[in-house]
Design a protein around this ligand. Structure first.
Ligand code: SRM
Ligand code: SF4
Length: 565
């Protein structure tokens, strides 16, 4: 018999440590303000780093220098990662210039575009945090709930400036983000020194325990599944008919994260459960989120994501609960078709005649030089800038008469190749990993150039250099580059060793499966070579690698050698 009672009916001390911390925190205040003042350490003491995540800030240390510091009996080089909340990823040029200046002044590793189309700044030191947060406020940005047990940045796929319907979807994503944002006065109080009393009504939706775990909402616009909609806790797939937005197919329960140490953890594809009218989307998102708020596991944090709530209580139970809260059943899902889950790089023209250029950015990292070049381009051309969920950058709103000149300028600056990069690079995603990510077990972003080089050479041997294959690389199994939705994925196990996953679909609607454990680069190439050879010889016209492996049964009984560390 399934226990369907809510953990919220239990006393807080029966819940896990994180729940108790939230309950004690006075709506995310904790001792953060005091910890920022302590000049004796670069860290924020006690449990406050956990609370700071809700404010979009991660305490980290420079892992490249960790051992050396330990040997010298010195404190680690504490530094902070600050993640902005930018629903839909759109910035105006002033905001970009503002971020560029703040990153130059306070951050050590340039600008990092993330797989949820926002910006992270790494290497910020404690004494600079407040100034940075106030600088962001001055350009109309914040970091609230960019991390933590709350609704994370709402993503919206495909350039919103392509048509009226695209624009409407992006607008709904923004409204959803605003609606789901935590309301605590702790944020302005700590970062802007604007005091607000702590009251019980501070969080009318979340309450003092917030959510059991992060909750991710994303809007996709077919035929492009750039956001990997089946990896979201709640995915909304736009149904556009004759240029009009009719509503959304909704899918629930996607997620990537898993732990090597927990066999009962797994990535999961979201299931498509029905259709809703367009206008309902923000309220619908809140309804789904509050079901997870009320029924998510608050005792076992590793089973607290919405995907596990659904598997524990059952989809039928969820649909009943949803119908009860909405007052009606869902309409049946409408037909939809995805073609791929990457970005369309290069030039695209919107219905209004304006042009948009999507530039490839390897692993989303902009160093000082590239940051300066983009800032310069924005001064001369384009109205806005947009980040994609594949870590790329769009310059938007280019007039037709500016096109030729901008193309020359991109060539002058050595940036034109970014419009038409190498096929494999354009289909590769990698997470941050070392040296900043505290959970990384292997390299990802820093290993990407070499991996691309060797893999591209291997593909070339079989005449496949121009065949797109989605490749995802992460430094651990948590899945920040959505590896289990790639056709090929490597997830870090230890320095230089990865688990190899194969067979995800090019559309992002089938999970890859574990093919081999603990492979190094040599073994990776050895394992891929015969598969690529068979693919080159036997693929149907236009067939993708993942589909081929599945169709030919090449993943059916693969020996999996896993060693635990
Ligand atoms: Fe992530 C944790 C980076 C997208 C699943 N993720 C982390 C942390 C904060 C490490 C930590 O907890 O100490 C990483 C910070 C590294 C650093 O130094 O910057 C981190 N995640 C990222 C980013 C920057 C990867 C990137 O290279 O772009 C992405 C930031 C997104 C954003 O702007 O909000 C990022 N993370 C994702 C995604 C992809 C997505 O959402 O589309 C996933 C998989 C989807 C999902 O949530 O299931 C993802 N991150 C995780 C998990 C596993 C969660 C789970 O359910 O088990 C963790 C670990 C955790 O939460 O305990 C994690
Ligand atoms: Fe860090 Fe792992 Fe996420 Fe990569 S996948 S950023 S290593 S938590």
């Amino acid at each position: 018999m399934i226990d369907r009672s809510s953990d919220l009916s239990q006393p807080v001390d029966a819940l896990n440590e994180s729940e108790q911390l939230k309950a004690r925190s006075r709506y995310l205040r904790g001792g953060i303000a005091e910890g920022l003042q302590d000049p004796l350490t670069g860290a924020v003491p006690g449990d406050d780093p956990l609370l700071m995540k809700f404010h979009g800030i991660y305490q980290q240390d420079d892992r490249d220098r960790r051992a050396d510091r330990r040997r010298r009996h010195l404190e680690p080089i504490y530094q902070f990662m600050v993640r902005m909340r930018i629903p839909g990823g759109v910035l105006d040029k002033h905001q970009w210039w503002g971020i560029a200046e703040l990153s130059r002044r306070y951050a050590e590793r340039g600008i990092r575009i993330t797989t949820r189309q926002t910006v992270q700044l790494h290497g910020v030191r404690k004494p600079h945090l407040r100034a940075l947060m106030q600088g962001l406020r001055d350009i109309g940005l914040d970091t609230i709930a960019a991390c933590g047990d709350d609704s994370r940045g709402v993503v919206c796929g495909t350039n919103p400036f392509l048509s009226r319907a695209h624009h409407r979807v992006a607008e709904l994503a923004r409204v959803t983000s605003d609606r789901l944002i935590p309301k605590t006065g702790a944020y302005p109080e700590i970062w802007y020194r604007e005091s607000a009393p702590a009251t019980r009504s501070e969080e009318p939706v979340y309450g003092e325990l917030y959510l059991p775990r992060k909750f991710k909402v994303g809007y996709a616009i077919p035929p492009v599944n750039d956001i990997d909609v089946y990896g979201q806790d709640l995915g909304l797939i736009a149904v556009i008919d004759n240029g009009e937005l009719r509503g959304f197919n909704v899918c629930v329960g996607g997620g990537m994260g898993q732990l090597d140490s927990r066999e009962d953890s797994y990535p999961r594809l979201a299931e498509e459960i029905g259709f809703i009218d367009a206008e309902e989307a923000p309220a619908f998102s809140e309804t789904v989120m509050t079901i997870q708020r009320d029924f998510g596991d608050r005792k076992d944090r590793h089973r607290a994501r919405f995907k596990y709530t659904l598997d524990r209580l059952g989809l039928d139970w969820f649909l009943d609960e949803l119908a009860h809260r909405r007052g009606r059943d869902l309409e049946p899902a409408r037909p939809r078709r995805f073609e791929h889950n990457g970005d369309r790089l290069g030039w695209q023209q919107g219905d209004d005649g304006l042009w948009h250029a999507t530039l490839y950015i390897e692993s989303g990292r902009l160093d000082d030089a590239l940051r300066g070049q983009i800032s310069g381009l924005l001064e001369q051309y384009g109205g806005r800038l947009r980040m994609t969920t594949n870590q790329n950058l769009q310059l938007t709103h280019i007039e037709t008469h500016e096109l030729e000149q901008l193309q020359w300028r991109l060539e002058d600056l050595g940036l034109a190749w970014r419009l038409t990069p190498d096929t494999q690079a354009a289909h590769t995603l990698s997470c941050v990993a070392l040296p900043t990510c505290g959970l990384a077990m292997a390299e990802a972003e820093r290993y990407t150039p070499r991996l691309l080089d060797v893999f591209q050479r291997l593909k070339g041997q079989y005449g496949l250099a121009d065949v797109p294959i989605t490749l995802r690389l992460t430094g651990c199994p948590n899945g920040c580059a959505r590896p289990y939705l790639g056709e090929i994925a490597l997830t870090g196990r230890a320095p230089g060793l990865y688990n190899l996953y194969l067979g995800g679909s090019f559309h992002g609607d089938r999970l890859a499966r574990l093919y081999a454990g603990n492979v190094n680069e040599e073994r990776f190439l050895e394992l891929l070579a015969p598969l690529l050879e068979r693919f080159a010889e036997g693929r149907d016209n236009g067939e993708h690698f993942g589909d081929f492996l599945v169709r030919r049964g090449l993943l059916d009984d693969t020996p999996v050698a896993l060693t635990s560390f």
